[in-house]
Design a protein around this ligand. Structure first.
Ligand SMILES: Cc1ncc(COP(=O)(O)O)c(C=O)c1O
Length: 363
């Protein structure tokens, strides 16, 4: 409902609200019927007890972490992670007395030697942005739980259509709704899904931090969800067709797509995902200048940040999610300066491959 506040018929009704009657609402930063409809849909999709929506994916992640830690606790985060989340863990939380450490998670057993006495939370995503690597969610989560960590998984790239981290053991799932869930590149939003207890703790933090979603984008996200399964299927088909084409192209050094048997985590992806998604990254010989020539040569594929929408979008990670990273930080994150990331939309696969081919010819 497009309203910031709600009318009470009487003081008795106000008292019913204060007593926990969930059919009554006070103020949209606390709860709103449209937001609740979206929260329930997301909880159902992820197989969680409850959901909570936010003004952006970053608001969701920030609220989740603030609800889970106190000064002195340490947050561990995967070395390959969306740049904004990495900055939150590396730069913002430490200023508030919560140190953050980036850790490699390719070998889940290695987590034991990386955990410290104050480590409380582990954050990771799979597939990873922009390296499209796949981490073993079940194995990492089992290790993390053994070590007393709470596990937050960013499921933005996979979507709940392809992967449900809660069923693999995670405690909280986080989404940038901006991406495939809403699906049309026309809104910014975020979400958490988990147990009722964890979501209520996050809601208490959201009420104070204030990053609530507005009802209108929530309405658009609900409409977007109706075609999520169709969009994700088509994006995956387009991504696979393009990945196969790119893998055979002489100017492409490496293709990162978990649907290719050559991908190092192809078997893990087959085990934990029901499809491989619409994100493909690849590395061109010739570094950033070659990547920029490719970028400039595209005609159909749009030069734009973000991902998961119905339109195919291309970005150069060193100019977007990993802008400003030092060479060492880029190496740690596995980002090559010649890396190109493509988020496949729902257009015709032959048209997309023809556009890639044309742009590669000019590299
Ligand atoms: C994997 C991933 N997580 C989180 C975010 C942040 O989401 P938002 O831009 O909605 O704040 C992004 C945005 O690009 C992302 O790609």
């Amino acid at each position: 409902m497009q309203s910031s506040t709600f009318v009470f018929a009487s003081s008795q009704e106000m008292r019913r609200y204060l007593g926990g009657d969930e059919d009554l609402y006070l103020y949209t930063r606390y709860a709103n019927p449209t937001l609740r409809a979206l929260e329930e849909a997301l909880a159902a999709l992820e197989g969680g007890e409850a959901g909570l929506v936010f003004a952006s994916g970053m608001a969701a992640m920030t609220t989740a972490l603030v609800s889970l830690v106190s000064a002195g606790d340490e947050v561990l985060a995967s070395a390959t992670l969306y740049g904004g989340t990495a900055r939150l863990v590396r730069e913002v939380l430490p200023r508030l007395g919560v140190p953050g450490r980036m850790v490699p998670l390719a070998d889940p057993a290695g987590l034991r030697s990386l955990v410290g006495p104050k480590s409380r939370v582990l954050v990771f995503e799979s597939p990873t942005n922009p390296t499209v690597d796949v981490l073993d969610v079940r194995a990492i989560t089992a290790q993390a739980h053994d070590l007393g960590l709470t596990v937050v998984v960013d499921n933005t790239f996979a979507t709940p259509i392809l992967q449900q981290p809660l069923a693999l053991g995670a405690d909280l799932v986080m989404h940038s709704l901006t991406k495939a869930l809403a699906g049309h590149s026309d809104l910014v939003g975020g979400a958490l899904v988990g147990s009722r207890e964890r979501i209520e703790a996050a809601r208490a933090t959201l009420k104070v931090l204030g990053g609530c979603m507005d009802p209108h984008p929530a309405f658009l996200a609900i409409r977007g969800l109706k075609t999520l399964h169709l969009r994700v299927q088509r994006q995956g088909e387009n991504a696979l067709a393009a990945a196969r084409f790119l893998e055979g192209h002489p100017r492409v050094r490496r293709v990162l797509y978990p649907g290719l048997p050559s991908h190092p985590a192809h078997e893990v992806a087959k085990r934990q995902m029901s499809g491989f998604g619409g994100m493909v990254s690849f590395v061109l010989d010739g570094g950033l200048p070659a990547a920029e020539r490719f970028y400039d040569g595209l005609r159909l594929i749009a030069r734009a940040a973000s991902l998961g929408g119905v339109e195919t979008l291309v970005s150069l990670p060193v100019h977007t999610s990993h802008h400003g990273y030092s060479e060492a930080q880029l190496r740690e994150a596995g980002v090559d300066p010649g890396m190109v990331r493509v988020s496949f939309g729902v257009e015709d696969a032959d048209d997309l491959v023809a556009d890639l081919d044309r742009a590669l010819a000019g590299v």
